[in-house]
Design a protein around this ligand. Structure first.
Ligand code: ATP
Ligand code: MG
Length: 208
């Protein structure tokens, strides 16, 4: 679609939860986005300290969670690249696939604050507008952003309080507590079916 406005929601999605979905929906409404594409990471460098579930499991949970929304889709660009995911690569690939689209990269306040750590930061802002969403426990003011960001490169948006995190969802499953209503119903069932998060280790790859 020529001139479309495309949201890009990157994440580990281990598992995807209603915080992610509300953030995407809210930013889509505020910024008049035509579509939001969720992009599960390949091998996330930020989380080298813990075992992340297989990309295929995280991809499938994201597909299940977004299936009912006609404006949400899921991209395999990071999963298929198969290496550590850098936002610059995600945006470069999506720009190549959708050269006419204006990209809006949606990221949590916690991630945005690490923006200076990203490679090729200047080029990043040529590729997309950045939307930082606040989640409970993270106050974000323009003054807290790294100095020297291009003007108008970043917008900050408050999302209705949703104190949900993937970490808490994983801990709940491990302790045998429910995750109903924190994640979409189909994701609850997928976690159960695949035995994810039970012992803190990734289940074997899907299909094995
Ligand atoms: P983990 O607890 O494993 O770090 P997470 O809940 O932060 O997981 P990610 O997959 O790391 O989930 O998040 C993807 C993006 O969504 C990040 O930019 C993150 O800041 C944002 N995000 C996560 N949870 C929320 C929430 N409840 N509200 C708004 N944004 C969120
Ligand atoms: Mg996180």
């Amino acid at each position: 679609m020529a001139g479309s406005r495309l949201g890009v929601m990157g994440g580990t999605f281990d598992p995807v939860h209603h915080g992610h979905l509300v953030a995407a929906s809210e930013v889509a409404s505020l910024f008049g986005l035509d579509e939001v594409v969720f992009v599960p990471t390949g091998e996330p460098w930020q989380k080298a300290d813990r075992q992340v579930s297989h990309a295929e499991d995280r991809y499938l949970m994201t597909v299940i969670a977004t299936a009912s929304n006609p404006r949400f889709s899921v991209s395999r660009v990071d999963v298929d690249r198969g290496t550590t995911t850098y936002t610059i690569d995600t945006l470069t690939d999506l720009h190549r696939q959708r050269p006419d689209a204006d990209l809006f990269f949606i990221t949590g306040a916690d991630a945005l604050a690490q923006i200076v750590g990203w490679r090729d930061t200047e080029h990043l802002f040529d590729l997309a507008h950045f939307v930082g969403v606040t989640r409970p426990g993270y106050q974000l003011a323009t003054a807290d952003l790294p100095a020297g960001l291009p003007e108008d490169a970043v917008s900050l948006v408050e999302i209705p309080a949703l104190a949900i995190s993937s970490t808490d969802c994983r801990d709940r499953v491990r302790r045998g507590q429910p995750v109903w209503y924190l994640v979409p119903d189909g994701v609850v069932q997928y976690i159960e079916k695949r035995g994810l998060y039970r012992d803190g280790l990734p289940a074997s790859p899907p299909g094995q």
